[in-house]
Each structure stands twice: as C-alpha cells, then as structure tokens.
Design a protein around this ligand. Structure first.
Ligand SMILES: Cc1ncc(COP(=O)(O)O)c(C=O)c1O
Length: 378
C-alpha cells in the first residue's frame, strides 16, 4: 500500500485480501454444502458489494436498514434477526427478507401472522440459547447468565409453535472450529428433539475461518457429519468478522506529541472511541505497523485519540521510528466492526473510506464532511 496516495485518516480495504477471504469462505461452504452468508453488523461497506456479490447468495441483517441495504445494494434477500421488531419496521423487513427469526415467543405471536400475508414466502425461525458460554469477553457472550438473546430449551418446551421452520443460534465470537463443534453438540443435546420439525438451523456468527491457523478441515467435517445425520436440515453460518478479517487498515497521522510526567502521548487525527470503539469496549490492543508492545530500554508511547474523552487512548507501544507530528500510523485489521460502529462524537472528522488494489492503486469511495455530522443531529 502506497500511503502517499491515501488521505488521512482513511479506512482502506485491500481488494486482493478481501477476495482471498471470499474465496476461502465460498470453498468452505461448498465443501460442507452449507450456506455461509455475511453478517452486515460486522461489515456493510457497500462500495465493495459489487466485488462481494459474486460470492454471496444472501446476507444476515439485524434491522430494517440492513435488510434494505441487502436488497438494494447486495441484490440478495436477507436472513433477518432482531432482538425486537417494531410495528413500524416489520413490513420493510418482510419485503427484504427470505428468513425472519424471532427472539421470543411474544414477538412470534405478535408478528407471525404478518409473515403469512406479506405476498412472498418467508421462512420463520426462533432464536434459541444453548447456554454454552464460549465467546470470551462478557460483552460478546450471548449465553451469559440472564442473557436476553434467545429462548432456552426450557422456554421452548417440547415442540415448536406453528409455522416455525428454523432455529437460530449465535453463541461464538472470533472462535476456532473446536468451539463450533462444541456448539453443534450443545444444540443437538438441548434442541435435538425439535430437529425433525425444522428445515434449517443457522449457527450464527463467530466462526473465524479466515484467521491463520483456523482448522477449516475440522469445521467442514463437523458440518458434513451433521448434514449426514440430519439431511433434511439446511445449515447456515453467518459470520461477520471472518469475511473481512485482516483485509485492510486504518491509516492515521500523528498531529501532536504531549508529555505528562513520564507519559508520552502521540495524538492522532483519529479517535479510539469514535473510530475503533472495540479497542476500548472489548477491550483489545490493536496491532500497529512498525510498533510493538513497549520494549525495555526504548521509549514507551501512548497513542491518543482526537476526542476529549479522557480514556480515548491506548498504550503502551515502542516504535521502530519515534512518532513525531506528520508521521503516518497504520492500524492493522481495522475493517470489521469499525466503519459500522463509528460515531461523530465531538464532531471529529470521520475517516474516509477507500480501496487499495495492487494493480490500480487507491480508489476513494467516500469522504465525510460537516453535513454528515450535522445530519445526525437536529
Ligand atoms: C446474531 C448474530 N449473527 C452473526 C453475528 C456475527 O458475528 P461475527 O462477526 O463475530 O462473526 C453476530 C455478532 O454479534 C450476531 O449477533
């Protein structure tokens, strides 16, 4: 990537890396004979949908807006699940969805009739909670005690309500294939008595099959074994992060250096809270090109965001070349759960969005300005 072509700040999607992920996911889906569809909640950069479209037959949506984006920009139907549908959004969701999953029996009772009257066939599912916590961070664990997400086997009972054709389970986060195997076992143990009545099971997201070292063979084998045992059940996986894992960066610039006692901070033209919120929420320490965890004998640096939130920083880092105003800072792997979660907090400038192609260089997809900030408010 030639950063002299790329404005700062900017999210840059590398087309070749994206294509490599799409190839791997398509191959895995074909070998296992399952549908692997991208979850828009993790990535919805519609500027690259023309590229993704050849690999994607459907998408996973969690709102009317995501379902509409699926229909208008990906040109595919959505498999939609939301913790709570509303009267106002349900017709739009139906018009853009082939599958609709309810989070509770009250939501099912309130909206099921409308799925029958919408003018096209919509397959109805229920979200179930296998009560198997494997997601690591509590923030991302749908099976944590007291979770509001999905029905436990006790709540579902002996049979499914009329018209329910599918089960939806999301219980993983950046997980290895072994966790998917355990999840499938738990779902069979807790909900196997319903399998004769279902046409599909969606094993949700969190299957990080594009991470180096992920055991795709194990995943494929487990899915094939399940398919052999229950040939009438279509399997769906809906990872978000895996589609765009390590496919691009957030390019930023050091704007100032400040010191307080022993602490040195390089202040950037981006914000952790506004542009890389998982660094603070999850939390995790991002990887930065040309930097490592602080090394003994080398200056340790904090990187500070340009919002005035006191906690808008990460650290500590040692750099190959010491930071100074004007230096480029490249945050690795900043495509999933970044652009979809950004805010215009403090009115800080939103990073541009662009693509990188080794043959044709940088293409700017979008630049943000004052109107984007102003139009979110009134
Ligand atoms: C219902 C559902 N499906 C799919 C996903 C995508 O998960 P991931 O991006 O970890 O693969 C999520 C993430 O929160 C989710 O809640």
């Amino acid at each position: 990537m030639d950063f002299s072509q790329i404005p700062s700040p900017c999210y840059v999607i590398d087309e070749h890396l994206l294509l490599a992920n799409l190839e791997l996911i398509r191959k895995t889906g074909r070998r296992a004979d399952v549908d692997i569809i991208p979850a828009f909640k993790g990535f919805a950069g519609w500027g690259v949908f023309p590229l993704m479209r050849q690999y994607v037959k459907a998408v996973s949506a969690s709102s009317a807006h995501e379902a509409r984006l699926a229909s208008e920009e990906m040109k595919t139907p959505a498999h939609t699940y939301s913790p709570a549908y509303t009267d106002a959004d349900f017709d739009r969701i139906l018009s853009c969805s082939s599958h609709v999953t309810f989070n509770s029996l009250t939501q099912y009772r309130r909206f099921y009739e409308r799925t029958l009257r919408c003018g096209h066939s919509v397959s109805v599912g229920l979200r179930v909670n296998p009560e198997l916590s494997q997601a690591g961070a509590a923030l991302y664990d749908p099976c944590a005690p007291g979770s509001r997400l999905g029905l436990t086997c006790e709540q579902v009972g002996a049979s499914l309500p009329a018209g329910v054709e599918g089960l939806h389970v999301h219980a993983l986060c950046e997980s290895p294939a072994e966790a998917t195997c355990r999840l499938m076992d738990a779902v069979e143990t807790k909900f196997g008595h319903l399998f004769a009545a279902v046409k599909w099971i969606n094993f949700g997201g969190g299957h990080l099959m594009t991470r180096k070292g992920y055991d795709t063979e194990l995943l494929v084998k487990a899915l094939q074994t399940f398919r052999k045992k229950y040939p009438h059940i279509r399997l769906i996986l809906e990872p978000g992060a895996a589609f765009v894992w390590e496919t691009g960066v957030l390019r930023a610039t050091v704007e100032d250096i400040v010191r307080n006692g022993d602490v040195r901070t390089a202040i950037l033209d981006v914000s952790f809270t506004a542009h890389m919120p998982d660094c603070l929420e999850m939390p995790y320490k991002p990887r930065i090109r040309g930097a490592t965890d602080a090394l003994p004998g080398k200056p340790a640096w904090r990187l500070g965001g340009n919002s005035c939130l006191a906690g808008d920083f990460t650290g500590e880092w040692s750099f190959e070349e010491e930071p100074c105003a004007g230096k480029t800072v490249v945050f690795e792997d900043m495509i999933h759960y970044t652009m979809v979660k950004t805010t215009t907090f403090n009115g800080v400038p939103h990073p541009s969005i662009g693509t990188w192609n080794n043959s044709t260089g940088f293409t700017l997809l979008k630049r943000f300005g004052y109107d984007d900030y102003k139009n979110r408010l009134s």
